[in-house]
Design a binder for this molecule. Structure first.
Ligand SMILES: Cc1cc2nc3c(=O)[nH]c(=O)nc-3n(C[C@H](O)[C@H](O)[C@H](O)COP(=O)(O)OP(=O)(O)OC[C@H]3O[C@@H](n4cnc5c(N)ncnc54)[C@H](O)[C@@H]3O)c2cc1C
Length: 387
């Protein structure tokens, strides 16, 4: 018998170009008092969207700029917030304040922005900075600075708001690894978002999307979202295959999804999670859930590394090396190996630790261990979601 699905013809399909306004059901800080970090667990409703996802996929979020930063820009330039500006490519107009809040990227400078801005000022310093021989100085200037710095540092400007905003790029969405399984939470999607805050050039700076989620997103609000499938990061087809997951910090996100999915499917394959962060007392994200999964047998092994709890910093890669014999046995048994989180340092250290483990326990040369890891990658048994 053929089953037909009743989908109204005019129902919109949501995508990056037509994001769904997802209602915030929950927004809590996973870190305890006194932590150096703030990691939000956010639950969104997908009800009525028709959106679906698989464990390993990401969610795109279109953020808005910090209203305080927008006000500071308007004040710096003495611009009228209500002045209509044309959004060039789209050919429509928005009041300036709204355009700066919702449409334009104002927190990141590029070489192109500086070069074009140099045409709009008599300021010799900016003109000098954009000369080809000063490209390194220009890069240095750009790092850790934003539009407010540029406008403040290189005036007076021979340009109005329209000409300045025409230099800017459209705000890009931010991607977040989905932290839930749709089977465990029908019509919901959960995220694990680390708030990005830092100080540079004498000003406290805030990551656009992560701090919007941390400071200005309340339950009942909506966020414009879309699903970004990830074909290269997913659970093995067989429920019997063992999985090893290395996900410190917000890297835990997709593995919460994996574990939830495996719990729903009553998968028989073993699961091993390496988690790490600064302090066990305040930064053990999803501790209770993970310990419960361990008791229930869904999570076979949980190894943690809290780098600032001991004199010698211990990271996830050290835990891998400590357990090298068993890790190698799991791999020999066909386990899939996953890494998620920091691309700059963690993913490289974990990659090298994996080679170390194989070299030692497989009694291989460095080259042999490397080619073993390459073949794991080719077979799709070593997958990474790093950023
Ligand atoms: C596939 C994928 C999955 C991801 N999953 C997650 C996830 O699950 N959880 C999560 O929290 N994030 C995740 N991210 C990262 C996320 O997309 C955002 O990049 C992050 O939240 C920061 O965005 P933001 O808008 O808050 O900050 P932005 O406004 O984009 O600012 C971040 C930028 O600030 C600058 N910066 C940061 N620190 C400093 C400093 N000390 N000095 C100078 N400049 C600095 C850097 O240029 C950095 O790129 C993922 C990224 C990808 C690509």
């Amino acid at each position: 018998m053929q089953l037909t699905v009743d989908t109204p013809k005019n129902k919109p399909t949501f995508s990056r170009t037509n994001p769904f306004q997802a209602k915030v059901l929950k927004n809590v800080n996973l870190n305890g008092a006194g932590s150096n970090k703030e990691t939000r667990h956010i639950e969104l409703s997908l009800k009525g969207s028709g959106l679906t996802y698989n464990p390993g996929d990401a969610l795109g979020v279109f953020p808005e700029n910090d209203p305080e930063l927008v006000s500071a820009l308007l004040a710096e330039m003495k611009w009228d917030p209500e002045m209509p500006v044309t959004i060039s490519k789209q050919g429509y107009t928005l009041p300036l304040k709204e355009a700066l809040t919702t449409h334009f990227e104002i927190t990141l400078l590029t070489k192109k922005i500086l070069q074009q801005a140099a045409e709009l000022t008599e300021n010799e310093e900016l003109k000098k900075l954009t000369l080809p021989e000063n490209v390194n100085l220009l890069k240095e200037y750009i790092y850790g600075r934003d539009l407010l710095d540029l406008l403040h540092d290189f005036g007076p400007w021979n340009a109005g708001a329209q000409e300045i905003v025409s230099l800017l790029r459209k705000m890009p969405p931010r991607l977040y690894s989905i932290a839930s399984s749709l089977n465990a939470h029908p019509e919901e999607v959960h995220l694990t978002i680390g708030a990005v805050r830092y100080s540079s050039h004498g000003r406290n700076r805030k990551g656009v999307c992560s701090v919007q989620c941390a400071e200005r997103t309340k339950e009942g609000d909506t966020l414009p979202v879309f699903v970004q499938p990830n074909k290269h990061f997913h659970l093995p087809e067989s429920h019997e295959t063992d999985i090893i997951m290395v996900g410190p910090g917000t890297g835990i996100a997709p593995f919460r999804s994996f574990i939830e999915e495996r719990a729903v499917n009553k998968a028989s394959g073993r699961t091993w999670l390496f988690f790490g962060d600064q302090h066990a007392a305040t930064d053990f994200l999803y501790k209770e859930e993970l310990e419960q999964y361990q008791k229930d047998g869904v999570l076979t092994r949980l190894d943690t590394a809290f780098s600032r709890d001991s004199e010698q910093k211990v990271y996830v890669q050290h835990k891998m090396l400590e357990n090298s014999k068993e890790l190698y046995t799991w791999l020999e048994n066909g386990a899939c190996f996953y890494v998620c989180g920091d691309k700059e340092h963690m993913a490289k250290d974990v990659h090298n630790a994996l080679i170390d483990v194989i070299e030692k326990e497989g009694a291989m040369s460095r080259e042999e261990a490397e080619s073993f890891v390459n073949s794991l990658q080719k077979e799709g048994r070593y997958q990474r979601d790093v950023y």
